[in-house]
Ligand binder design. Structure first.
Ligand code: ASP
Length: 317
């Protein structure tokens, strides 16, 4: 870890597509420092005193919003949370007007979640603040992918050379997309697996191998990443029933036995227990689901620091 903040080379974090391996590794290495801070009795550093972080959420969120809020507060930033339902968006204000008004208040970082793919990119072109994409439609969720990479590296000691099976509703998953890009950049092999109706329409667009059954995708995997069935993003009937889906595609002990004996089980949350994963596996010894949540705070602290600390400033100063 370096003593002070070097130029990270990025003004915003909008996606993992095109994110250079060295920039991603810098986030992971910096997050190690903040991970230790988060385990101390006093979980606070003065690093971002005087900086303002605005969490602008146009879609529901439990983990991501709370995690960004805690991350900002642990770095002593002033953190403001805005959700669409309690803002002037519910009075018909456009995204552009919302952003112009927030920009006039001089925030340092805008963390944006939106139902429309590309919304954070649009915001980034209209504000002087640094923008972090906290999930845009079915497009990208880069901070989730970075916290997943951090969790994999801490659990298995490396990322390069591992096989990661990403299973379930891939078509609607920004988590799958961001992970596929980041993990392959970091040298992992990625499998996508799910029913044909829930696989991306053009799987060749991704650097992955695609399977329409779970079993072969899990063969020899080091990491099994299960995705939530995203009913809120399904326009038509893409599944016969949740019961049928659980029977054919849900992660259970018999299916997990095909992966490596020390394979870890991941899920970005929220979990549909008994649908995409057996509750006993989500709570079992191979699950790192809550480690992912813990990692989320450290990774987001790292991003806030890398984007907005003063040049040369040390992570804990
Ligand atoms: N929480 C993740 C997201 O916002 C995954 C999910 O909702 O299924 O994309």
């Amino acid at each position: 870890m370096t003593a002070g903040r070097e130029a990270w080379g990025l003004t915003h974090l909008l996606g993992t597509e095109g994110l250079a391996a060295e920039d991603a590794v810098k986030v992971l290495d910096t997050a190690e420092v903040f991970f230790e801070v988060s385990r101390r009795p006093v979980r606070k550093a003065p690093t971002l005193r005087g900086k303002t972080v605005v969490n602008l959420f146009f879609e529901p969120s439990t983990r991501t919003r709370t995690s960004f809020e805690i991350a900002g507060k642990r770095l002593s930033a002033d953190v403001v949370n805005i959700s669409a339902s309690s803002s002037s968006v519910s009075k018909g204000e456009s995204l552009l007007d919302t952003v112009k008004n927030l920009d006039a208040m001089q925030p340092d970082i805008l963390v944006v979640r939106h139902t429309a793919s590309g919304a954070p990119h649009y915001v980034a072109s209209r504000t002087r603040a640094h923008v972090i994409n906290a999930g845009d439609g079915t497009h990208e969720h880069p901070t989730q992918a970075l916290l997943d990479a951090f969790t994999i590296r801490r659990s298995l000691g490396r990322i390069a050379g591992l096989t990661v099976a990403i299973c379930g509703d891939v078509a609607h998953s920004r988590v799958a997309r961001s992970n596929a890009m980041l993990l392959t950049t970091l040298g992992a092999k990625v499998h996508f697996a799910g029913p044909r109706t829930l696989l991306p329409p053009a799987p060749d667009a991704y650097p992955v191998t695609t399977f329409d059954r779970i079993e072969p995708a899990l063969e020899g995997a080091d990491v099994v990443m299960v995705l939530r069935i995203q009913r809120e993003r399904m326009a038509g009937a893409l599944l016969p029933s949740l019961r049928e889906y659980a029977r054919k595609f849900g992660l259970n002990a018999a299916r997990l036995a095909r992966a490596k004996p020390d394979a870890i089980v991941m899920h970005p949350g929220p979990i549909n227990r008994g649908v995409e994963i057996d509750g006993s596996l989500a709570d079992g010894p191979r699950s790192v689901i809550l480690d992912q949540v813990e990692a989320g705070v450290a990774v987001r602290m790292a991003l806030l620091y890398l984007l907005s600390a003063e040049p040369g400033q040390a992570p804990l100063a």
